[in-house]
Design a protein around this ligand. Structure first.
Ligand code: ADP
Ligand code: MG
Length: 260
């Protein structure tokens, strides 16, 4: 076989193995190996390292797309000084993602604008970066999706979908009243994941008022029971971050020294 035929065979192998990064880099890497007089081992290591890096990047990109996180917010961007009711140590501990290992749920409770979604999304980005399958949904979307699935005969598939991610973020529970059917869907998702996969859930309703969002108080009680059994609860009591920023700006315009 001529050198060129061997080269073409090698291209074929790389294509068959879907090693596109290595295939693309092959000519340049061969040139480099010749000029730098690399050993066979060193050349092969460089070529495969390229592919490993590319495969990792592809996986990360796919995890990030799958997660559907609605904003780029990171835990590191959270201003703890603005929200003294948030326990920094607890959030730092959560950011280590150990809670994903034992399927601990994270409940973020508080009024609008205090950073519940920001913290949940920040945990989501950390989980994606660490290679965990993550999925973000609002409670309303989850319920709508389950409703559609039930009509179209895809209930079981949809339940499996929500059982799959290592971290499921359910945002905005309680903002909209939930009909019995919706509560049943959320209940089943929570039950399926119980002790198996972590849920980060945000809600504007204190635990005591959970009965009010759901038509059937028993369902609310059972849901809470499972959610809280192994959980971390962050009760955020401060004022809205947007309002605070707005007030600080207004105060500055008036010549004051900001809101604090
Ligand atoms: P919630 O989900 O509690 O209604 P969000 O997480 O959506 O609130 O926060 C509202 C806005 O304020 C977002 O733009 C968010 O980034 C910002 N924000 C809230 N709390 C903080 C904080 N402590 N530090 C930095 N930004 C914050
Ligand atoms: Mg929110």
């Amino acid at each position: 076989m001529t050198e060129n035929q061997v080269y073409q065979q090698l291209r074929g192998h790389l294509a068959a193995l879907r090693m596109t990064a290595a295939a693309e880099a092959l000519p340049a890497e061969l040139d480099h190996a010749r000029t730098a007089q690399l050993s066979h081992t060193a050349f092969l290591e460089r070529l495969l390292a390229l592919e490993v890096t590319a495969a990792h990047a592809r996986r990360q990109a796919s995890l990030a797309r799958f997660a559907c996180l609605p904003a780029p917010w990171q835990i590191a961007d959270f201003d703890f000084d603005a929200q003294p009711s948030v326990d920094r140590k607890l959030v730092r501990e959560l950011a280590t993602l150990r809670f994903l290992e034992d399927a601990t749920n994270v409940l973020l409770i508080g009024p609008p604008g205090v950073g519940k979604t920001m913290l949940a999304v920040g945990l989501g980005h950390a989980a994606v970066a660490a290679g965990y399958r993550t999925y973000y949904t609002t409670a309303a979307d989850l319920v709508a999706r389950c409703h559609k699935a039930a009509i179209e005969g895809r209930w079981a598939t949809t339940m499996r979908f929500f059982a799959g991610p290592r971290l499921l973020i359910v945002d905005e529970v309680g903002y909209l009243p939930m009909p019995a059917e919706g509560a049943a869907a959320l209940f089943q998702v929570i039950t399926q994941r119980y002790l198996k996969g972590a849920i980060a859930l945000t809600t504007n309703l204190g635990i005591a008022s959970w009965g009010k969002i759901f038509d059937v108080p028993m369902v609310a009680a059972a849901m809470l029971d499972r959610l809280l059994h192994r959980s971390v609860v962050l009760n955020i009591t401060g004022e809205s971050y947007r309002m605070r920023a707005h007030r600080a700006r207004a105060s500055k315009l008036r010549g004051g020294d900001g809101a604090r």
